[in-house]
Design a binder for this molecule. Structure first.
Ligand code: UDX
Length: 428
C-alpha cells in the first residue's frame, strides 16, 4: 500500500521505516526542510538504536522516501499517518495546534478520499473532533503509538499491541490491511472506537507513571522507617499480579511522554467532569523524588553552596540523547541555584543538556566530571557507569561521597573503596 507519514520526528521516522519494512511504499514529510534533507542523506537526526540502518534499508529498497513537499507525499496514498508533536500548553493540556494544522493541510491537499491515522498522543475526543472539522472525505482513525525511546525500532516492528479506533468499516479494513504482517505474526490487534483507543494510550502511560511514583513514595517511606525499598520491590515483583517492570525507585520519570501525557490525561478528563486526583498525586510524588536526592546531597555535604557536585548521566533515561524533563536536569538546576558548582557527563545527551542548563560544566568522560567533586550523583543508569573503577573515582574526587539516584551502582564495592554510599529508599 502507499502511505504518507506527516512528521519526521521520534514517532514519525520509526513508524515510517517500519511500515516500509512491512512492505508498504512510504513517503515521509515534515515542515522542517532541513530535517528532511538530513533524512534524505540517510542520517537520522536523533539517537535511536537501529533506526538509521532501517531507514537506509528502506531507502535502498525504494519503499521509503523523504520529501519536504506535502503535496508530493500525498500524491496517491490511501492512508496518511499523523505523527506530529502534541506538547503541553501552559495549563498542562495537550496543545493540538500542530496536529490541527497538519490535518487541515492533508485534507486540503489530498486528491481523493483518505484514511487519516492519528499516531500522535491526543486527548479523548480528538479524532471525533478532527472528523467533524475535516468532513466525510477524510476518515479519521485513532491509532496511538507506543514507542519507547531507545527501543523504538523494536516497538515499531514487534509491537506489544496495535490499537485501531474507528467506526468506519472501510477504514477498519484498510488499517487491518496495513498491519496484516503484524497480525499474522500474532501481535495483539485491538479494534475499537476512536475514543476508546485514545483513552487506552493515556491510560497506559499514566499507569506506568503511577507505578514509578508508587515505588518512589515507598522509597520515602523506607527512608523514614529505616526499611529497604529494593527488598520491598523484590517482594512485590515476585507477585505476577504486580509485575516487576517500572518498579525501580530513583529520581523519577521524565522524557517527552510520561510527564506530558499524565497531565494531558488529567486535563482531558477534568474537561469531561471527572476529577482524576490520583494523577495529580503521581505528578507531585515524581517531583518529590528530585527533592529527596537534593536533600540527601545537602545533608551529606552539610550544605551545597560552594561545593562541587558531579552528575553521572543527564538523559532522562539510558539509551537516549533526550533531556526533555530529565530529572537529572531538574537536580542540576536545583544544585546550581543553591550555589553548587555542577559538573556532568552523559554518553549521548551532553550537548542537549548543556543547551538546556548552561551552568553544567560538561566533561568529556566520567572521571573528568568527577575531578575535584565533593559528591557524585548517579542520575541516569547507563551501563558504563556500573563499570567505573571505585579506586580511580576515589583518587580524582575531593570527597568520597556517592548518591545513587537510580540504585544501580555496586554499593558494596564503593563502600569497600572508602566511599560513603547512599541510595534512594534506604536509610543514609
Ligand atoms: C514511554 C512509554 O513507555 C511508551 O510506551 C510511550 O509511548 C512513550 O512514553 P519513554 O518516554 O521512552 O516511553 O520512557 P520509558 O522507558 O517508559 O521511561 C519513562 C521514565 O520512567 C524514564 O525517565 C525512566 O527513567 C523512568 N522509570 C522507568 C523509572 O524511574 N523507574 C522505572 O522502574 C521505570
Amino acid at each position: 500500500m502507499r502511505i504518507a507519514v506527516v512528521g519526521a520526528g521520534r514517532v514519525g521516522v520509526p513508524t515510517a521505516a517500519s511500515l516500509g519494512r512491512l512492505g508498504h511504499r512510504v513517503a515521509v514529510t515534515d515542515v522542517d526542510a532541513r530535517r528532511i534533507e538530513t533524512l534524505q542523506a540517510g542520517t537520522v537526526p536523533f539517537h535511536e538504536p537501529g533506526l538509521e540502518e532501517l531507514v537506509r534499508e528502506g531507502q535502498a529498497s525504494g519503499r521509503l522516501r523523504f520529501t519536504d513537499d506535502l503535496a508530493d507525499a500525498l500524491d496517491g496514498p490511501e492512508a496518511a499517518f499523523l505523527c506530529v508533536g502534541t506538547p503541553s500548553d501552559p495549563e498542562g493540556a495537550a496543545d493540538l495546534s500542530a496536529l490541527q494544522s497538519a490535518a487541515d493541510a492533508v485534507a486540503m491537499i489530498a486528491a481523493g478520499p483518505l484514511v487519516l491515522a492519528v499516531k500522535s498522543t491526543v486527548p479523548v475526543g480528538t479524532a471525533d473532533r478532527l472528523a467533524d472539522r475535516l468532513g466525510p472525505a477524510t476518515r479519521v482513525v485513532a491509532n496511538p503509538e507506543f514507542l519507547r525511546e531507545g527501543r523504538a525500532v523494536e516497538d515499531a516492528l514487534r509491537p506489544l499491541r496495535v490499537i485501531v479506533g474507528t467506526e468506519d468499516p472501510a477504514a477498519r479494513e484498510l488499517m487491518r490491511h496495513i498491519y496484516d504482517p503484524l497480525i499474522d505474526d500474532g501481535t495483539p490487534y485491538i479494534e475499537t472506537d476512536p475514543r476508546t483507543a485514545e483513552v487506552a494510550k493515556h491510560a497506559c502511560n499514566a499507569f506506568l507513571a503511577m507505578k514509578v511514583s508508587y515505588v518512589n513514595a515507598l522509597a520515602r517511606v523506607c527512608e523514614l522507617a529505616g526499611a529497604d525499598v529494593e527488598t520491598v520491590t523484590a517482594a512485590m515483583a515476585a507477585d505476577d499480579r504486580i509485575g516487576a517492570a517500572y518498579l525501580e525507585a530513583g529520581l523519577g520519570f521524565g522524557g517527552y511522554c510520561l510527564p506530558k501525557d499524565l497531565r494531558a490525561f488529567e486535563r482531558a478528563v477534568a474537561a469531561l467532569g471527572y476529577d482524576f486526583g490520583l494523577l495529580r498525586e503521581v505528578d507531585r510524588v515524581n517531583d518529590e523524588a528530585v527533592d529527596a536526592a537534593f536533600a540527601r546531597i545537602e545533608s551529606a555535604l552539610d550544605g551545597v553552596s560552594g561545593k562541587r557536585v558531579a552528575l553521572l548521566g543527564l538523559a532522562f533515561k539510558p539509551g537516549t540523547d533526550n533531556v526533555t524533563t530529565s530529572p537529572a536536569l531538574a537536580l542540576a538546576r536545583r544544585l546550581a541555584s543553591a550555589g553548587a558548582t555542577v559538573s556532568g557527563f552523559d554518553p549521548q545527551a551532553g550537548a542537549n543538556a548543556k543547551a538546556e542548563v548552561p551552568e553544567v560544566d560538561l566533561a568529556g568522560d566520567p572521571y573528568a566530571a568527577l575531578e575535584r567533586a565533593d559528591c557524585a550523583v548517579l542520575c541516569t543508569e547507563w551501563e558504563e557507569f556500573r563499570e567505573l573503577d571505585p579506586a580511580r573515582m576515589r583518587d580524582v574526587m575531593a570527597l568520597p561521597v556517592v548518591v545513587d539516584g537510580r540504585n544501580a551502582l555496586d554499593g558494596d564495592a564503593l563502600t569497600r573503596a572508602g566511599f560513603r554510599y547512599m541510595r534512594m529508599g534506604a536509610a543514609p
